[in-house]
Design a protein around this ligand. Structure first.
Ligand code: CUA
Length: 351
């Protein structure tokens, strides 16, 4: 199954590639990190070559070479001066460079709060006063050519946020907010991972960043905001949009595979999904799990591990424990295939 998901041509490669390539920068904050990586790698190769040559001389070289190699001068130069100078220079260079990546965070860039949770990422788009204007999960949309400041937090243990195309990694530490600036220089989908072992399904804690052309990003944001504005406040009785239900009734007439959206919403509420998940405009207002207000438009399910479509939605709800063992959502295997399909049909509408 892993090969089908992650292998060449697998489902995930179609979305954003796995594993995310670490030496393929797509932005100004990733390029210097890549440069450091290559220089360190190059120095590593050089030092290994020198040591290998010295070892060869020590074992098989002519007697006078061996004597020089064992002499005090060689030890002072090769054993003290060379590593001292090279390592100090690399350290200073690396520190200056990484410091420049996080200096000048001015505060007027768009801010997005990303919180590591076991085992997914909470994503909150912040307004000018730091208020949350939109919540999503495991997916980050950003405009091309514009720096975005991420406020990295943790809801439980230490995680680490890493989208190698866009920036270096940075830890998400409980009780602290660390800033990380990212910028994409071209449109695309960039995979990310949690880069700090955080227990259980840590290896299945993925992420995707989606960079849009600026006007496309504006339209995307406007469409989302407009939809949120049409939703009733959470305290009101949920009213699935009449038009949506009517359309679904037409589409679904005589076709159980289409799913009964109204029934799906009812089952979602009755099954207690709302205790952990919030869906704006309904009485589901749980905060423990990912916000599902926009789940229908996400690329992935289960935090970056599955392409998002009807089949995977049904599979995830029915048996998430097989797909991501140890995750905090129980498998709803008491629901019938038809019921799962209805819930999935309703969730698909949450865009
Ligand atoms: Cu979160 Cu590893």
């Amino acid at each position: 199954m892993l090969e089908e998901l992650f292998g060449t041509g697998g489902a995930l490669e179609a979305i954003w590639g796995w594993p995310p390539p670490v030496l393929d920068p797509a932005g100004p904050y990733a390029a210097p990190v890549t440069r450091v990586a290559w220089v360190l790698f190059g120095m590593g190769v050089l030092v290994t070559a020198i040591i290998t040559a010295a070892l060869y001389v020590a074992l098989k070289g002519p007697a006078d070479w061996r004597q020089k190699l064992g002499g005090e001068r060689a030890i002072w130069i090769g054993g003290v001066a060379f590593p001292g100078v090279v390592l100090t220079a690399l350290l200073i260079w690396g520190l200056t460079l990484t410091a420049s990546l996080s200096s000048s965070i001015t505060g007027d860039e768009p801010r997005i709060r990303v919180t590591g949770e076991m085992w997914w990422f909470r994503v909150q788009y912040l307004g000018p006063d730091g208020e949350v204007v939109m919540e999503d999960a495991n997916e980050l949309h950003l405009p091309v050519g514009q720096p975005v400041v991420l406020e990295l937090r943790s809801g439980d243990v230490i995680h680490s946020f890493w989208v190698p195309h866009l920036s270096g990694k940075k830890d998400m530490i409980p009780g602290r907010t660390l800033l990380l600036r990212v910028e994409a220089s071209k449109p695309g989908r960039f995979g990310g991972v949690c880069a700090e072992y955080c227990g259980g399904p840590h290896a299945l804690m993925g992420f995707v960043a989606i960079a849009h052309e600026p006007d496309e990003y504006r339209d995307w944001l406007a469409a989302r905001t407009a939809r949120l504005a049409t939703l009733p406040a959470a305290t009101e009785t949920p009213q699935p949009a009449a038009a949506r239900l009517a359309l679904a009734a037409v589409e679904g007439a005589g076709n159980p595979a289409a799913g009964d959206i109204g029934r799906g919403q009812q089952l979602f509420m009755e099954s207690g999904c709302g205790a952990c998940h919030r869906v704006a405009g309904t009485e589901a207002n749980g905060l423990a799990g990912p916000d599902l207000t926009h789940v229908g438009s996400r690329l992935t399910l289960g935090a970056g591990i599955l392409a998002n479509h009807r089949g995977t939605l049904v599979g995830w709800i029915g048996d998430s424990q097989s797909l991501k063992p140890g995750n905090r959502m129980p498998s709803y295997d008491r629901l019938s295939a038809r019921e799962l399909n209805d819930i999935a049909a309703w969730l698909e509408q949450q865009r």
